[in-house]
Design a protein around this ligand. Sequence first.
Ligand code: XCC
Ligand code: SF4
Length: 641
Amino acid sequence: MSEEIAGKKDMRSADPAAVEMLRIADREGHETLWERYEKQQPQCSYGQLGTCCRICSMGPCRIDPFGEGPTHGVCGATADTMVARNLARMAAVGSSSHSDHGRKVAQLLKAVATGKNTDYRISDPEKLKAVAARLGIQTEGRELNEIAGEVADTAANCFGKQDEEPIVFLEKYMPKKRFERLKGLEDSLFEATGAKIGFLPRGIDREAVDILHRTHFGCDHDPLSLVAQSVRCSLGDGWGGSLIATELQDILLGTPSIRSIKANLGVLEEESVNVIVHGHEPVLSAKVVEMAQLPEMKAAAEAVGAKRVNVVGLCCTGNEVLLRQGVGIAGNEAQSELAIMTGAVDAMVVDVQCIFPALADLCSCYHTRFITTSEQAKIPGALHIQFDEHNADAIATRIIRTAIEAFPNRNKAKVYIPKHTSNAIVGFTVEEILKAIGGTPQPLIDLIVNGTIKGVAGIVGCNNVKVQQDRFHRSLTSELIKRDILVIGTGCWAVAAAKAGFMDLPARELAGPGLRAVCEKLGVPPVLHMGSCVDCSRMLNLAGAIADHLGADISDLPLVGSAPEWTTEKAVAIGAYFVGSGIPVHLWPLPPILGGPAVTKILTQDAKEVLGGYFFVEEDPVATADRMEKIIMEKRSALGI
Ligand code: XCC
Ligand code: SF4
């Protein structure tokens, strides 16, 4: 390979561990997402602009936004209708993924409360009581199981209730001013137009089904109405499904506390049986971690010549076990294939979401067992070990034994583990943040008011092959902390930030003087890991706690969001519920909306007035940081600080 090509190929990732592994991939002739992406070029520009429709069988129809060719689909649909319908469906799918995860946790809590499940227990009674109190559920003089049963029923009701009232979780958790604003918006739009447009979700499932209905052939064609429903459905995710997942997982698996972990491929151990847990639902992965520590598992590993069973995480299931059990994390989304190529992974165990089907073929080139476990995520070529939370201990044990059995088949000569790991201090839940600053949001508010910290940026989301892996995450994060903006976040961004060392104490040196001083005083890094994708609800809760404490709306606060390498429909839902909650959100790569001028205007301009939150796009990390800082400064001056 010429030096120039090699140099270009190294531009696939900003993470040195990934770059090392990609060189191995090239040498061994393994295709990764980067090569498959090349083969997809040029990608369909109608798809990129959002102006293709295949909702009915008279299509597919497409509209050239530059005015060459047809201006309407066969049914007469405009480009804006197509864009808005496609966007709404993305929000519905994203919300459904998070929320269906939340539903399962609610069902598990109910099963534990009624004694039907004995593999799990109420690990955090304090959190249970706090959630119950928030929901207005009586706790005094009641058994824990009784309270848990009622919390679970209340959660279940948010999914399936049939009346027109907003779901209880949203009503009780959303700051008062925001709730009133959305309610007022519904009323004023009705007065102005005579048409019903809703923002407050009536049922988590219902709002997703509503989108499936209204985007059926021949229903809603109005961009504003479709965008509003996308926001409503997404709010049902952020303040409903995702929030339920977070809160109830804390009750069942424990509320995370601040701790140190290691991040990057170097967490794999050459002499141990390595099991990677990948996906999103910690109900299984927490068990795999727990069972791996049993003495008989260690003995079984030793019997095949290994030191121990080393469970590590990837993506958001990784974030979950990292937060609660201190497990190391091997990487984010774009690293899943690279981890297998170390030749040191004995089993990759996956549950749902963000799992490349390419992993099946790749694992077959190694001794690695690729184990699917969810009814909702089966992949041809994988070994399926059906997970059942009522038999969790036994199934987790079987998974670990499968990995141990694979270990002797490792081709030791081919094992290569990049030595990179970074230390990361993680586990900044709202509870932990408040504890660290003395119990109320006031000290944080004071720091913002006196300008020591200018504001807070929440960064979320994925890796995207269209952006050099982790580059946007890294540059944007460092630019923001340099400007005395506290950075919090979740998901694959959090893994990128951990790998880059931003979550370790020395990263304070990279922060501006104000933020640095605060971090030194509190003994925390300038960049805070708040969890997995569903834990974006923790960011909403933090924003809500500050807003309620001040009697303000979230949209008044110097807060801003970004999804700089977003990939999935879940990221669309997250972006939409941030915007619906009053937070301006940066996106890159371009969302597929630009072919619809009315939709683009609603999301990037009109929303600012109506919701307080809005989207903006920007390709360059420094320019993005400039823009985010400007937004924060505008909010500050509006507050008179
Ligand atoms: Fe998936 Fe949550 Fe995105 Fe990563 S960050 S690629 S959604 S794993 Ni939410
Ligand atoms: Fe074409 Fe209309 Fe059918 Fe879409 S719904 S495929 S625009 S005819």
